[in-house]
Design a protein around this ligand. Sequence first.
Ligand code: F6P
Length: 321
Amino acid sequence: MVKKIAILTSGGDAPGMNACTRACIRAGLAEGKDMYVIYDGFRGLVEGDIKQVNKDFTQDIINRGGTIIRSARLPEFKEPAVLEKAAQQLNDFEIDALIGIGGDGTFRGLGDLSKHGIKVVGIPATIDNDVGSTDETIGFSTALNTICDCVDKLKDTSGSHQRCSLIEVMGRHCGDLAMFAALAEGAEGVICVEHPLHEDVLFRKLRKMKAQNKSHAIIIVSENLLDIKELAKKIEEKTGFDTRTEVLGRLQRGGSPVAHDRILAARLADKAVTLLVKGEVAHGKIVGVKNNQIVDFEIQEALAMKHEHTHGLRDLIDKLQ
Ligand code: F6P
């Protein structure tokens, strides 16, 4: 039977991670379990930076951005000696189960750890929304709202100067932030893996807009795809649009989580704890939401699932432009 449960956050931080940590701790305490936090993700686990917590620890964190137990990226976590040390630390603290809040990288780490006899559950939290086993990740909604706030402001100045604004958003290799932001902002263009750039089409459209005196244009671009400064130069040459670039960067990761992310965090955390309490985790599971139902999968099954959330959005974006 699981008696002691530890929690860590790992990978890029996401708004709502604190709400999720809070809900895990409270759900565990409500079941009479001893609850622990691990600082600095897998790095803190290897170093034994582990602390038992009570309800006081969770006061006033539901609305806080970032993660108060901090996060880290630890590529060497797959090395056998490092994994062995991590498992040993949990054994020394007599911790039976670990909840990891993060994305696919975190889940791979949990999967490796489960092979050392630790029961693990992963909860999806990343602004990228790039996890195949869930329709939405904690933090995505907040990041999307942050992008919309920024684009609304950029529209003001872009319109005043009759410019084209190229706005780069995050997402690593996933276009969800770009696609959803383009739809929510009625952007004139979106460039991401799921909606690649066709220069001729874009330039033709911008030339037409210029000819019709449409005052300005917003183009949302996913990171890691192209050099937006180069594209801006080309747009100026080919269309005559005065063009500026903006990289929103890590602004998208900060801020108080929106209500949707806090609620998602609570639902997923409760499921993770319930699976452990009911003895439904043999080795490792990932929780998620599919069609608004909270679901769970074996880790390897979850990691093999493909992310296909923006199918259908592409046509809608094009239709409404
Ligand atoms: O995974 C979240 C994310 O913000 C990605 O969108 C981005 O590519 C990456 O993290 C940046 O990571 P870091 O802050 O470690 O450079």
